[in-house]
Design a protein around this ligand. Structure first.
Ligand code: 5AD
Ligand code: SF4
Length: 448
């Protein structure tokens, strides 16, 4: 590939794993003369890193491609060529359809092909390319590490994918099809990447995986290592003061992992543990493989080990067969657990998943109304969680300038946004603050 400077624009949809992947795509193309731009109009290569989890997510991709057609024509009038690629889970699931429906697209490639990106771009300059295989080779050993400069530019917090894919097959979910089986990266590979991040000044790492607590990587001796033991290794890295992980399945919260919430001060007191529904009947037809009671037992055990931990979750309303009674079971579970935050979604039938074929699909109007009721309850709980922080002291990692002059913004251990009056020289520090007041979406604190 020619080394003439080229501009690359990546638009990222969906989850944090896609954010991580987009950075790795930039890292893969950097040695080939590409630099990232935030201005789509000046990009020689435009990549859409897509999400397929819900219907709206993939619709957005097709409407964006419609807009890109015009942009490409405008650039062509100025004598410039523009290559357009679609990556991520829509590419994986609907690659052929994208090629057929969107002639503007030159290149379609799935999440397991990112290490081949420079080669795919080269091929696509000659003919349209589609690559959605699950290759044998290890993507992560072939993807170049980010440069120190790139890591510094990305800030004080970083994502690190340790596991990909899912073997659980919840009946609503496309992930096992788009991301494939569970695969865990070896411990040493992850530790090396984390050390590189810490050396470039990163102070907080969030370990990522579609099913991150199902992590079972091999250590140098070939021994199977769970997420708890991996966290213990990462906590030894100098400069890495904060660790988090997401997203987890209740059945994979094993004792070793739960113990780290008690034993590792670096592991932040925040756990995202999706439950989806509070009705045993719905959990069964969702193929979640856990019950309402077993979920509650896990939460109670975690709270025993780490009192005060912030719990967050994911909920789906309107799954096929969900009656008002089932939905009320979800509300009562939320009341019982008490969430610091949560994400909630209206069920979206995904082609190829068992849920899409189920009888008793719930009317959109009913699902909308349930979603509103659920979100009102979560909003109330979130406000209560924030309110009980008033007057408390907590550590905040100051990350960037805040909204108002003289303010810096950062995150509390519980992942709340915090604004503090502080000198810009403190960016990058973890400071102790007292919570002075509570806004709708953030806390305001004073330095101690
Ligand atoms: N419809 C609605 N929400 C979904 N999720 C996953 N698949 C679907 C679907 N088909 C939600 C789940 C999951 C989160 C990432 O997205 O709550 O935990
Ligand atoms: Fe999807 Fe999560 Fe269920 Fe796996 S565990 S199938 S990623 S919802």
């Amino acid at each position: 590939m020619s080394q003439t400077p080229k501009r690359l624009f990546i638009k990222t949809y969906g989850c944090q794993m896609n954010v991580y992947d987009s950075d790795r795509m930039v890292d893969a193309l950097t040695p080939h003369g590409y630099s990232q731009t935030n201005d789509m109009g000046e990009a020689d290569l435009i990549l859409l890193n897509t999400c397929h989890i819900r219907e709206k997510a993939s619709e957005k991709v097709f409407s964006e491609l419609g807009r890109l057609k015009q942009l490409r024509e405008d650039r062509a009038e100025q004598g410039k060529t523009t290559m357009i690629g679609v990556a991520g889970c829509v590419a994986q699931a609907e690659g052929d359809e994208i090629i057929a429906r969107a002639p503007v697209v030159d290149l379609v490639f799935g999440p397991q092909s990112y290490h081949r990106l420079p080669q795919l771009v080269k091929q696509a300059s000659e003919a349209r390319v589609i690559d959605t295989d699950f290759p044998e080779e290890d993507k992560f050993t072939q993807l170049p590490a980010p440069t120190k400069k790139a890591t510094i530019a990305r800030g004080l917090t970083a994502f690190l994918t340790v596991q990909e894919g899912c073997d659980k097959f919840c009946s609503f979910c496309v992930v096992p099809y788009t991301r494939g089986n569970e695969v865990s990266r070896p411990v040493a590979q992850i530790v090396t990447e984390a050390k590189g991040l810490a050396e470039a000044g990163v102070r907080e790492i969030t370990l990522l995986g579609q099913n991150v607590n199902a992590y079972h990587g091999l250590d140098d001796a070939g021994k199977d290592t769970g997420l708890g033991a991996l966290l213990v290794e990462l906590a030894k890295i100098k400069g890495l003061d904060r660790l988090r992980y997401t997203t987890s399945h209740p059945n994979d919260m094993d004792d070793a992992l739960i113990a780290t919430h008690r034993d590792l001060p670096q592991l932040m007191p925040y756990l995202h543990l999706p439950v989806q529904s509070g009705s045993d009947k719905i959990l069964k037809s969702m193929n979640r493989k856990h019950t309402r009671a077993s979920y509650i037992a896990v939460i109670e055990n975690i709270r025993l080990h780490r009192p005060g931990i912030a719990i967050s979750g994911d909920f789906i309303v309107g799954f096929p067969g969900e009656t008002e009674e089932d939905f009320c079971d979800t509300l009562s579970l939320i009341e019982h657990v008490g969430y610091a935050s949560a994400y909630s979604f209206k069920y979206s039938p995904r082609p190829g998943t068992p849920g899409a074929l189920m009888q008793d699909q719930v009317e959109a109007k009913v699902a909308d109304e349930r979603l509103q009721r659920l979100q009102a309850l979560i909003k109330k709980q979130q406000a209560e969680f924030n309110q009980q922080c008033a007057g408390k002291t907590m550590d905040v990692l100051l990350e960037k300038p805040g909204r108002l002059p003289g303010q810096l913004a950062g995150r509390s251990p519980y992942l709340q946004a915090v604004h503090v009056d502080a000198d810009p020289g403190l960016i990058g520090s973890i400071v102790s603050i007292r919570v002075k007041s509570i806004g709708p979406n953030s806390l305001y604190g004073e330095l101690l």
